[in-house]
Write a protein that binds this ligand. Sequence first.
Ligand code: THU
Length: 150
Amino acid sequence: MGNQNTVLENTGSVRTECVKQLIQKAYEAQAYAYVPYSDFAVGAALLCADGTIVTGCNIENAAYTPTSCAERTAVCKAVSEGRRAFRAIAIVGGHGQYLAPCGVCRQVLMEFADPDQFEVILARNEKDYQVLLLRDLLPYAFSQADLARV
Ligand code: THU
């Protein structure tokens, strides 16, 4: 296993080739999902500002609450490896629907992403996907800026 992050040479908005690769990586991660309770396997691939792709799967727990969604697994992996700037995430899984991140994951992404730029790719396969901006998934978000004293 070890550290197998892929690095993409890519600048600007996320291009089609890059989207395809992110979706592929999300499917690879989905295969590792630990889902004995829901049998609802999810994979995510997070594109970091430096071009690195960090993957994640959902990891469930007998106590349910400690479950980590695939998106948060990817964010935690990336941050713990020193990466805090993200450009996009691809999400696959469930029952083949366009699977949008839960509210907790949207908030966690908000911490490290520019909501006006960050792209959320909801994929049913490599060719069938929707691209949304984080700002549209989490409008009126609470963020760091709100903590500043007025
Ligand atoms: N889940 C994710 O990993 N990502 C999502 O976007 C939605 C839900 C997981 C959590 C749990 O393991 C399973 O899917 C069912 O909720």
